[in-house]
Design a protein around this ligand. Structure first.
Ligand code: C2E
Ligand code: SIN
Ligand code: SIN
Ligand code: FE
Ligand code: FE
Length: 413
């Protein structure tokens, strides 16, 4: 990696170590969050967003806005779902088409002869005022375009909006290239998991895996809300540790039903109610899933094992499979029930996310329930089936939960 001339040694050193830190994150959403934070620290930008190339359009994928959003929680705007064509009519489309960075001092004073226009509809809806903009391509190795990053409203040390300066603009390509490589890796990880789940649970190559993405996203956001309350209470763990855990929970929660790979179609896809024997075999998916991760070599494996095994346990007891001393034996002996914090936090969170999604969605064996009825059940089961602290975190981010549902819709719904 070469640092352009004129870049201060201090800035260069900081940049190199922070770019390196991108490699510590596995999930693409966490990587996008870190990339935007870094780009905004370098340029002083108040806001920014990232669009990723998907099916030949630019899909809006992440946003920060210090003026509009609270700093410590995820805003539902992160899960907004829209795309921009890759053509020269918009700013981000132009950057994707030409591969050239655009630095704009006033978005509302663009020369009308330029091919692209500033789309002010977001400002109109949000009350935000966009002025300066720096929009650059995210290209990985072999010049593959991964996406476009747009930084908005650079501020000087007293907080006034100013044009983006030359020094920061010259450093950004280094970040952009490394960011693009990290983002590609994050996308590949998610796609591997989605493919694995298509085989395990659905055995249907046309299935989009939307519900798997939803359970992952709900779980990560519930965890972040849960953790935020602990940071504010001054509990030991720091924000970095929580962010790393949220990164792992999203991926591990996507795999919660991986053990369904061992459940025959006649049970898994049965259109009606399961009888006792069938349900007994179905319960086995928790142990089968845990076995996939028995040789845990990473924190992610450990979390996958915890979630697979425990996501149908209940806070007050009576869930399944319970305490099982040896997961490798085919006729397992349940020695006792699990309750409360016997059940790992990650599994308590995924358990709630899974039930919420199962209830609001159609299944081969049931109609979807209306939202209100689902929320009533979750309240009623707080302290019984569900950990009350997890229920509280879920209710506090209900608007984000709805935005996630909207973003990851089932095909044909
Ligand atoms: P799933 O469809 O992903 O459902 C996950 C969990 O959501 C269920 O775990 C249950 O806790 C909750 N849930 C789903 N539907 C309802 C409902 O109508 N009422 C209530 N109160 N809770 C509901 P559970 O029961 O341990 O089931 C695990 C898995 O077993 C289900 O995953 C599904 O794949 C299968 N399953 C359960 N019951 C039936 C059934 O009657 N017919 C078929 N074909 N499959 C079933
Ligand atoms: C959009 O938000 O639609 C794209 C913004 C732009 O014109 O760059
Ligand atoms: C944790 O603090 O990460 C786990 C505590 C719990 O299980 O509630
Ligand atoms: Fe399950
Ligand atoms: Fe499930």
């Amino acid at each position: 990696m070469t640092i352009p001339e004129g870049v201060g040694a201090e800035l260069a050193t900081r940049l190199l170590s922070q770019v390196e830190a991108l490699n510590h994150h596995k999930d693409v959403d966490t990587i996008l969050d870190r990339v935007l934070l870094l780009a905004r620290q370098i340029t002083g930008a108040d806001a920014g967003s990232i669009f990723l190339v998907q099916n030949d359009v630019l899909r809006f994928s992440y946003v920060h806005n210090d003026t509009l959003f609270s700093k410590n929680t995820t805003d539902r705007a992160v899960y907004a779902d829209f795309s921009v064509p890759i053509d020269r009519s918009s700013i981000v489309g132009n950057v994707a088409s030409t591969g050239e960075t655009l630095v704009i001092d006033d978005a509302y004073a663009l020369d009308p002869d330029l091919p692209y226009r500033f789309n002010s509809s977001y400002d109109g809806r949000s009350g935000y005022h966009t002025r300066s903009m720096l929009t650059l391509p995210l290209r990985s190795t072999q010049d593959r375009l991964v996406g476009v990053m747009q930084l908005i409203n650079a501020r000087d040390s007293s907080g006034n909006v100013v044009p983006f300066d030359r020094e920061s603009a010259s450093v950004l390509p280094i970040l952009a290239n490394n960011a693009a490589i990290a983002i590609e890796r994050g996308i590949m990880t998610r796609e591997l998991i989605l493919r694995m789940m298509k085989m395990a649970e659905l055995r249907d190559p046309t299935e989009t895996g939307a519900h798997v993405q939803r359970v992952g996203a709900y779980s990560a956001e519930i965890y972040k809300r849960w953790a935020q309350d602990r940071v504010e209470d001054g509990h030991g763990n720091d924000a970095d540790e929580f962010r790393r855990t949220a990164d792992l929970i999203r991926l591990a929660a996507m795999l919660h039903d991986a053990g369904k790979v061992g459940i025959p179609d006649a049970i898994l896809k049965k259109p009606g109610k399961l009888d006792d024997e069938e349900f007994g075999r179905m319960k086995w998916h928790t142990v089968l899933g845990a076995r996939l991760f028995l040789n845990a070599t990473s924190e992610l494996d450990v979390m996958c094992r915890d979630i697979s095994l425990n996501h149908h346990e209940k806070w007050a007891g009576g869930g399944y499979p319970g305490m099982i001393p040896d997961l490798t034996i085919d006729t397992p002996i349940k020695v006792s029930t699990k309750t409360g914090t016997d059940i790992p936090l990650s599994a308590r969170i995924t358990g709630l996310a899974d039930v919420y999604d199962a209830l609001v969605s159609p299944r081969c064996y049931k109609e979807p329930w209306p939202e209100g009825k689902v929320l009533d059940l979750i309240h009623k089961e707080s302290g019984n089936q569900f950990d009350p602290d997890v229920v509280r975190a879920f209710m506090e981010i209900h608007d984000v939960i709805l935005a996630i549902r909207d973003k990851y819709r089932d095909a044909g719904h």
